[in-house]
Design a protein around this ligand. Sequence first.
Ligand code: ADP
Length: 649
Amino acid sequence: MAKETREFQAETRELLDLMINSIYTNKEIFLRELISNASDAIDKVHFVSLTNSELLGEDTEYQIFLIPDKNTHTLTISDNGIGMNREEVIENIGTIAKSGTKAFLEQLKNSKEEGSIDENLIGQFGVGFYAAFMVADKVTLITKRAGETEATRWESAGDGSYSVEEAQKEARGTSITLTLKEEFYKEGAELDLTDTYAIQNLVKKYSDYVRYPIKMNFVVEETPKDDEGNPIKDAEKIKKNELRTLNSMTPLWTKNKSELKDEDYNEFFKQEFHEWEAPMEVFHTKAEGNVTYTALLGIPGHAPFNLYHTNYEPGISLYSRHVFIMDKCKDLLPDYLGFIKGLVDSPDFSLNISRELLQQSAELKTIGRAIEKNILKTLERNLKNKREDYEKFWNEYGKSIKIGIYNSMYSGFDTVDKLKNLLLFKTSKEGKLASLKEYVERMPESQKQIYYATAKDEATIEKLPQMELLRDKNIEVLYLLDPVDEFAIETIREYEGKTFHSISRGDLDLGDEESKEAQKETEEIAKTNDDLIKDIKEVLGSKVAEVKISGRLKSSAVCLVADEAGPSLSMEQTFAEMNNPMFKARRILEINPHHDLFGKLKSVYTEGKDSQDFKDYCDLLYTQALIIEGILPENPVDFANKIAKLMAK
Ligand code: ADP
């Protein structure tokens, strides 16, 4: 096929621009990215060859070559992996298929404007190949897909377009030649990428345990020897090529924990899982017995940007006797641990088993359960003993745990018991995070329920009329600030025999003597105002299920609560946002009988219960209560007109 020149997709171009204009200070990592791609490509060809023995032909020795060239100022990275055909080159290299790219660019630009670039961002978005443009003016890729005859040449100067054309290449695999920027080959360069020793150092540093040999030719000088093998004095040295393997290739997880340092683990996660920062927790376990396995897993320092999107793929790789079987295995761990990255190596996994069968295998399930238990135990231990670390974990991944609890209706209710002790919520006590256990331990004897409030932020909760009485009585309230929180709490139902109670739902029975008195008083007032209450309900019609005299309000005139049964107001809003408007809360309007407004309402009512004024008052009270809950009035113009009319009086 003829040579064609194509434009990069807009997002790719933007990303290239950022790369070239050095968004990332540590440019040397480009090599890790390219080697990592090469190693992935070899994994892939190996995997396919398991069921297609002809595929490899004579080329069975997997390897990656690095070829620096001082004359042409180039560095070539070459592999005998799976390679790509023309369509794949265009698909994989010409576009960034990842849906999060746009969001990524936004974040990147923002952080650039603020003057610092968050380097962790790049890795999260898997833009590894483009890192080549940080050190190269031009990138040339020649590749041949295993089993196919035609090769493809792709080239770009990172200037908005690239070319693709047919090429000649004998062996399968990919060869990427970087035409280096001057600063990476000139005399006295800080990092000379045409220098074999500089490259050797980079490989040692970043890619030592890549499981395929990374080879490079070194030119070594030797003193000639005489017939007896002794060096000839004063003879001119001879230059010789010597092919060396740069990496040790020992899979890190097979080593003993005691041999390994934090840095080893950190580099491993960066290399293997395209992480850009150290994991916040590492689990390195070996088990023998019922099932035999080694697991090396970690919790990434930050949650991936798309963790809660449907396109997120959990990242556990499986190995059998150190040979890669598959990546992104999603059936090993439960969904709520989807943020865990790492690998499991077990001789109990069969190499030739299909992906589908493996995912259903009993061994996989047994290993998964053991690992899950271990992770949860560590998290609980951290909550107890390493509070600061745990809170950092919670801020990144707490949502996963809460979703896990909510989803237990599908995954089995034992999940609730496994996870409930891991929960943390801000509370009205000093705005700090507390576990349910801590909350319950602090409860006064008379308190029978665990109280919670929902809103989008703390400030809104603190201003809720429903908070007044609880604050007055110094009762601690859990703050549920994420829509998923209330769903999780509703799923748990009770903790150590204490039920959960939303301060915006049902009656508020605080259980103490004083409250009982107040309750009686409220009932009295309700009785004497029975007609008024009924007529307010009539005016409001189906907007509310009930109108009540409130025992919980101190300084506010009204509030809206939901019935005990059925969803709360905030759940109703969440459902509506998910286009599920069927789930409606049963709204109860509570009126504060001690507020001046109540007196006024009564007098307007006595003057004429069918008057427009009374109707307007009822309507305004209801709309106020809605607004306090963060719900917009159905008819804002009508609301404003009624207020204007009242103000003009
Ligand atoms: P990522 O590796 O995170 O997917 P990259 O931009 O590094 O992102 O690479 C994009 C894609 O290009 C890879 O997923 C792979 O399909 C393909 N690719 C890159 N390098 C190679 C290579 N050496 N051999 C075969 N395919 C490659």
